[in-house]
Design a protein around this ligand. Structure first.
Ligand SMILES: Nc1ncnc2c1ncn2[C@@H]1O[C@H](COP(=O)(O)OP(=O)(O)OP(=O)(O)O)[C@@H](O)[C@H]1O
Length: 292
């Protein structure tokens, strides 16, 4: 079942058509990477999913229920992590989560267990210091714990790793991977290596629509070319016969030809390179193809 279903969504700000016919479905217990450049409309889309912004046209369903602007009933299924989460900085993590549990009406009897579980999940168990002393990464981890307090079916994260250093990013990605069994995760980002690392699917938002969706678990992203290492004299022989793009001193990329053709030509000239590999496309290559 699709936990999130968006059909033919439209949103303009005056003459700026930000979202124009967006279709998107996210299956339960998956991690979906919502990719788009600055200003492509990721936050705008998420605000509409949260019922905080009114769409001009189109439908959004969360867990099968229609999202209606201003009526945030469907938000009981959603946990939200903004890019820069805000807290009561004078509290510590446990106190803050206790407050969140009370506000969200979690039964008193289950509160301690839930909070202990979340603190352990995000690596803040036993951290007594106040939130105001936290690093950005710690705040982001606490933000995840807060967003998960009422066991949402869908966790929406808006650029959760953008402001973090590599260690902080890895910690967040590990947590998102761990919770996949309990909740579906959709996260917006333009850090494509993060998407490659943990997402099941990725959708590229460009000019108001998902222009390409990639099933990262099933599809190889295709071949970018063949990389071959050649000595200068070998290059001289082949340069008239192969489209050779120089990558570094002795490495060249051949694009648009099957590997058999390249082998045959090398064989004809009795050139046997030490290095000859098929080069796979990265998500960045696909993204650049779609958006340029
Ligand atoms: N309330 C608003 N009024 C007018 N224009 C807006 C409003 N909110 C967003 N926009 C415009 O809509 C476009 C999309 O913005 P949005 O914040 O959704 O992009 P984004 O993909 O989240 O970008 P980023 O990666 O920079 O966060 C931008 O051109 C922005 O200026």
């Amino acid at each position: 079942m699709n936990i999130l279903q968006i059909d033919d969504l439209h949103k303009s700000f005056r003459e700026n058509d930000v979202i124009s016919g967006l279709d998107l479905s996210v299956e339960e217990n998956t991690i979906y990477g919502f990719i788009g450049s600055n200003g492509s409309g990721k936050t705008t889309t998420m605000k509409m999913v949260l019922g905080l912004l009114k769409q001009d046209a189109g439908q959004i369903h969360v867990n099968g229920e229609k999202v209606t602007f201003g009526h945030t009933a469907t938000n009981r299924y959603i946990g939200f992590l903004p890019d820069v989460p805000e807290f009561y900085a004078y509290m510590n993590a446990e106190e803050y989560l206790k407050l969140c549990a009370e506000i969200t009406d979690i039964r008193k009897s289950g509160q301690k267990e839930r909070i202990d579980h979340l603190l352990a999940l995000v690596g803040l168990q036993g951290v007594e210091t106040r939130i105001k002393t936290y690093s950005r990464g710690m705040k982001q981890r606490l933000g995840i714990a807060q967003a998960l307090i009422n066991q949402p079916k869908l966790l929406i994260c808006d650029e959760p790793t953008s402001a973090l250093d590599p260690k902080g990013r890895r910690e967040i990605l590990n947590i998102l991977q761990q919770i996949k069994g309990e909740t579906t995760v959709i996260f917006s980002t333009h850090i494509l290596t993060d998407v490659e690392r943990i997402c099941d699917k990725a959708g590229i938002l460009y000019e108001g629509k998902i222009r390409k969706e990639i099933d990262l678990k099933k599809e190889a992203l295709g071949e970018k070319g063949i990389v071959v290492e050649l000595m200068p004299e070998e290059y001289e022989v082949l340069s008239g016969e192969l489209p050779l793009e120089r990558l570094d001193e002795n490495k060249y990329r051949v694009t648009g030809l099957p590997i058999e053709t390249v082998y045959r030509l090398l064989n004809t000239h009795k050139i046997y390179p030490d290095h000859l590999v098929r080069e796979r496309k990265t998500l960045e290559d696909v993204y650049l193809e779609v958006t340029s």
